[in-house]
Design a protein around this ligand. Structure first.
Ligand SMILES: Cc1cc2nc3c(=O)[nH]c(=O)nc-3n(C[C@H](O)[C@H](O)[C@H](O)COP(=O)(O)OP(=O)(O)OC[C@H]3O[C@@H](n4cnc5c(N)ncnc54)[C@H](O)[C@@H]3O)c2cc1C
Length: 476
């Protein structure tokens, strides 16, 4: 039985049968995050079709003190789009708002609704011989609104930056129902605070993103993908600097993975072969791209780059993908790390960053520190070395019971890892956001001045605390 029948009736009238339901069977699929870690309850699911509908619904929610949990593709990693179990909130899905409003080929910009899926944006840009320079494994479900609200990263941040760097205009509904319209891209605008940047990465706690104007780039004419074997992560850092020096702006991606990850992926995908003969303590996956004028030069550039790296013993071995399907196969190895590890057993996963030039040393120090402190666990780090961001996973001992281990030793491990990162001046969330998963840890380890500013901003914009309660902003 719903707690607010009057609200439910008015919301149904406002949005119609396609736009609002309180039928538990219809609502239930939206109450669990994709990894199955969090499940909540909600008094309804709203699926508005326009910014005007979102604004009217927000006003109605404010009148009835109903909390709102915005949800895009539900591909987030931190439980941010899942309501708590009080049943006092509604889930607001942006999925019906999925129109590409305009694409300007000359200015290389696209304006789209928040519910547009990343893959659709890629396809739209490609059809116009342009590209959107941000991608990630969840591109088939992640939405523009979700990517903006989590300031998502991915594998091209090295060259193009996070979502923050792609957004040049924003439209959002604020907790009082006003529409903040800053969609027009202005190259110069000094009218005070950059409010759109405040909303980016705010995880639905300050506004509901309804549309955005994003930058596009000219399409690439081709890519050269390399797999290299390295003796250590310190060598990987030096190799990255080497690649940046030689390849410059052609360097689009640089990912690292230790031998353990590659072995797990090869076990998980029996039809896939290792790119190199023999195992190496570390592996690097590198992508160079070229436009029409430069595409012929990037493979010779890659060859020269690798030859020098082999001569100076930065790397032990390397190979260049012979064609596009081999390039895809190399990337498949990288993109399969998470499912491969899930198949091994429970793990505590940490998305962390330290200063770029210290990340290799951090990994060298943190892996043995964790394994000594928690014998029988296995620590591995992989990912975006060039961004100072690795996914630091600690695998449970073989005899651990899934479900029990995470809440007992697993929790202690996460605290230990987060303490280490904080000692190194780093961040406990590099790209996945805080959501409900890390809110307590942010409260424990966050800089007091930063926390106080976050609470003040939240209080000023959402004094009733109705926008995504319990997420991102730690209570005092
Ligand atoms: C296989 C896989 C690989 C991934 N790889 C990466 C990666 O490399 N890098 C990375 O950064 N992320 C990665 N992710 C995580 C995920 O794709 C991103 O966090 C993405 O930004 C979430 O988008 P979404 O639309 O699914 O948002 P959701 O999961 O629905 O929501 C995420 C957060 O944003 C809020 N939100 C959603 N839409 C709006 C809106 N319109 N207005 C206000 N708030 C909103 C929600 O309330 C929640 O707090 C990956 C996910 C998967 C499944």
């Amino acid at each position: 039985m719903t707690q607010k029948p009057e609200f439910v009736e008015q919301a149904s009238q406002l949005l119609g049968p396609r736009g609002f339901t309180s039928d538990p069977e219809m609502v239930s699929p939206w109450l669990t995050d994709w990894r199955g870690r969090y499940t909540g309850t909600a008094m309804g699911l709203a699926s508005p079709a326009s910014t005007g509908d979102v604004a009217a619904l927000v006003k109605l929610c404010s009148e009835h003190d109903v909390a709102i949990v915005p949800q895009g593709g539900n591909s987030g990693m931190s439980g941010g789009a899942t309501p708590d179990d009080s049943g006092t909130a509604i889930v607001l899905s942006l999925r019906r708002m999925n129109t590409i409003r305009a694409l300007d080929k000359d200015e290389k910009t696209v304006t789209c609704d928040a519910g547009v899926i990343l893959q659709t944006l890629h396809d739209t840009a490609e059809a116009a011989r342009l590209r959107f320079p941000l991608t990630l494994g969840g591109k088939g479900s992640a939405t523009i609104g979700g990517l903006i609200s989590t300031n998502a990263g991915g594998t091209q941040v090295l060259r193009h930056g996070t979502m923050r760097a792609q957004v040049i205009g924003l439209e959002a509904v604020l907790p009082d129902g006003q529409v903040f319209n800053a969609l027009t891209p202005l190259k110069k605008d000094n009218r005070g605070f950059d409010l759109k940047q405040l909303l980016i990465g705010s995880e639905g706690t300050l506004g509901i993103v309804t549309a955005a104007t994003l930058r596009l780039l000219p399409e690439i004419a081709g890519r050269t993908v390399i797999w290299a074997g390295l003796p250590s992560i310190i060598h990987a850092r030096q190799f990255l600097l080497h690649c940046q020096r030689i390849a410059g702006d052609h360097l689009e991606g640089f990912e690292v993975l230790p031998a353990h990850c590659l072995a797990a992926v090869l076990d998980h995908l029996p039809d896939v072969r290792s790119p190199l003969n023999g195992a190496h303590p570390w592996n690097a996956l590198i992508e160079l791209v070229g436009n029409e004028d430069t595409v012929e030069t990037i493979t010779p550039l890659a060859e020269a780059m690798l030859e020098k790296a082999l001569d100076t013993e930065l790397i032990e071995d390397a190979t260049i993908a012979a064609n596009e399907s081999q390039a895809e196969a190399f990337w498949l190895l990288r993109d399969s790390i998470s499912p491969a590890e899930r198949a091994i057993g429970p793990a505590m996963q940490h998305d962390i960053s330290v200063a770029v030039d210290r990340m290799a040393q951090f990994v060298e120090a943190a892996v043995p520190a964790v394994e000594n402190r928690f014998p029988s666990s296995t620590a591995i780090a992989f990912g975006h070395l060039g961004d100072g961001n690795v996914h630091f996973h600690v695998l449970a001992p073989k005899n651990a019971t899934a479900g029990e281990w995470e809440v007992a030793e697993g929790k202690e491990i996460s605290g230990f890892v987060h303490d280490l990162v904080t000692e190194w001046g780093g961040s406990i969330s590099a790209e996945h956001g805080i959501g409900q998963m890390k809110v307590a840890e942010l409260g424990r380890l966050g800089d007091p001045a930063a926390l106080s500013m976050m609470r003040s901003v939240k209080q000023a914009l959402d004094p009733k605390g109705l926008f995504n309660p319990g997420k991102l902003v730690p209570p005092e």
